[in-house]
Design a binder for this molecule. Sequence first.
Ligand code: PGA
Length: 249
Amino acid sequence: MNRKKIAAGNWKMHKTFQEGQGLAHEIRTMAETEIMNDAELLIFPPFIHLQTLVKQMEGSKIRVGAQNINQAEQGAFTGEISASMLTSIGVSYTLIGHSERRQYFNETNETCAAKIKTALAHNITPVYCIGETLAERESNNHFTVVETQLQALIGLDLSKCIIAYEPVWAIGTGKTASSEQANEMHIHIRKVLNQLFNDELAQAVSILYGGSVKPENAQELFAQSDIDGALIGGAALSSRDFINIAKSF
Ligand code: PGA
């Protein structure tokens, strides 16, 4: 199965406007001179960067996405950003349900499903983040947790969706799931997608691994049968590391 290979950088709440332009410039320059594979590069900077970086990346292989959207079309939701605001400046991807959104901003599987529905209705590709906490893995509930996170999407057309499996215990901790642990879950995710949707979708959807991905471990992760790329946090704040990860396919 020829699935899209993707290296996605989640900048989280980092980089001032000027710093963001600098980092994006370095990424574009390095990507143009060094990346020979057909991997897609995505960057997810904070909202203030989006308009400038969409322009800055025009004509390059790098696409720019948001870290979150609101599920409503518009309205009295102070502090929120809508899908049509994003498309009006050329944004075509968004993260949905990152574990930090679930943990600190109370996003549930149902909220995530509503956001994905809105994103798809606006032709924005959602990157749906799922994964278990340490307690859930230690109590052997990791497969069930991920199943429930996927069940919330029943009824949606996921053919344009990307999935990111990010075990919460591996995010920002320096602990990476072993490539076997990660691949085992990716295979399980495809099995669940086959049960809930169909085999064609299960085989076609790109599933990224996230959680302390670095240039040192990317190649081994990408060599696994069902890992199609990475969602990168800390290492995506360094142009060198981000590009080296993208070169590891
Ligand atoms: P990390 O973050 O690479 O810093 O572990 C990954 C993520 O949160 O997407």
